[in-house]
Design a protein around this ligand. Structure first.
Ligand code: SF4
Length: 334
């Protein structure tokens, strides 16, 4: 593939890294670059903003400071620490990865491509990020920020999420790599996308590499394929109380496995006690909670959970919000 408009890599990198040294943010996973801290932060940062991740990361590192502690923890404890971040498969993969690292490598992730790539939940981007951030290797990696910066830099007018677009962006990332010092280079490129070369209103006047940039209309780049249509989903659930306990159901499906939620119910014509909307991938889910009747026979995976035990229970975020709202309503009414 022919890369046109590629900046001269050496002076480009010099400008970029000088800017990063002055303006890069002091993030907790930039202070602790151990493979464990990098892996935890990379899993948390998938689909989640930096500002949201920071308090979760700090709490997590207190609770599970290394691979061995995480590997020895129970799934409920792991999911409970993750709750609020969403996309729980990331927490389960991180837990499995910690167990594998303890079993195979005595609790220390080695600087080895095959070992890193064999971990659950580690794709091409995360493998490259671990190699760069934890082991300071000069390995290309491309996240959303880097893809946007590179597409603009080269004024690339093809969809970057197509097969060809991906190949082009990865090849460009490789062409700009330094011989060594992958951590600084990759951090700087990513930070440029996060702070200046932002999706809307890029701040080109402040950009340290603007003289190398070919973007004519940067806010119109990168191009992406047409997005899948948003699908509306209805989620009717039941609110069933017995003294100071709530009937809840543990999930077994891939979406929320191991998490608890209000039990599902047949959709009712009656007015729900609580309604809320939340996004899930390309779905817009409407959660409606109806008053239900107490039952002597519990369904599979159902249990009465005391109000006092709710905080420690791994509950899905939309259901935790619904439960809090309904408990406050009950308290106000009594
Ligand atoms: S000049 Fe503007 S578009 Fe180009 S890399 Fe810098 S911020 Fe992005």
């Amino acid at each position: 593939m022919n890369i046109t408009n590629l900046p001269d890599p050496k002076p480009f990198r010099a400008r970029l890294t000088a800017w990063f040294r002055r303006h890069g943010r002091d993030l907790p996973w930039r202070r602790d670059t151990s493979p464990y801290a990098v892996l935890v932060s990379e899993f948390m940062l998938q689909q989640t903003q930096v500002a949201t991740v920071i308090p979760y990361f700090e709490r997590w590192m207190q609770r599970f400071p290394d691979f061995a502690t995480l590997a020895a923890a129970g799934e409920a404890d792991v999911l409970s620490q993750w709750q609020g971040l969403g996309y729980y498969s990331r927490a389960r993969n991180l837990h499995r990865a910690a167990k594998l690292i303890v079993e195979r490598f005595d609790g220390n992730l080695p600087d080895d491509n095959d070992a890193i790539a064999s971990l659950p939940g580690v794709g091409r981007y995360t493998a490259g990020a671990i190699a760069a951030f934890a082991f300071d290797r000069s390995v290309a990696t491309v996240d959303g920020n880097i893809a946007r910066v590179l597409a603009r830099l080269l004024d690339h007018r093809e969809a970057i999420d197509s097969g060809e677009g991906q190949a082009f962006i990865w090849q460009t990332a490789e062409a700009l790599l330094p011989a060594r010092g992958g951590r600084l280079h990759t951090s700087a490129l990513m930070e440029l996308g996060a702070l200046l070369c932002t999706p809307r209103a890029p701040q080109c006047l402040l950009c340290p590499v603007r003289e190398y940039c070919s973007a004519k209309e940067p806010e119109k780049v990168p191009l992406k394929k047409a997005r899948a249509r948003t699908i509306a989903l209805d989620e009717p659930c039941a609110w069933i109380r017995r003294r100071d306990a709530i009937l809840l159901e543990k999930q077994t499906g891939s979406r929320w496995r191991g998490m608890w939620k209000l039990p599902g119910t047949a959709p009712r014509e009656s007015v729900p006690l609580h309604t809320a909307e939340y996004p899930f991938t390309n779905h817009r889910v409407t959660l409606r909670v109806f008053a239900g009747r107490s039952t002597k026979t519990l369904g599979e995976n159902q249990a009465w959970i005391c109000d006092a035990d709710l905080d420690a229970l791994p509950l899905t975020a939309p259901h935790r919000r619904a439960i809090r709202a309904l408990l406050s309503r009950d308290t106000a009414a009594s």
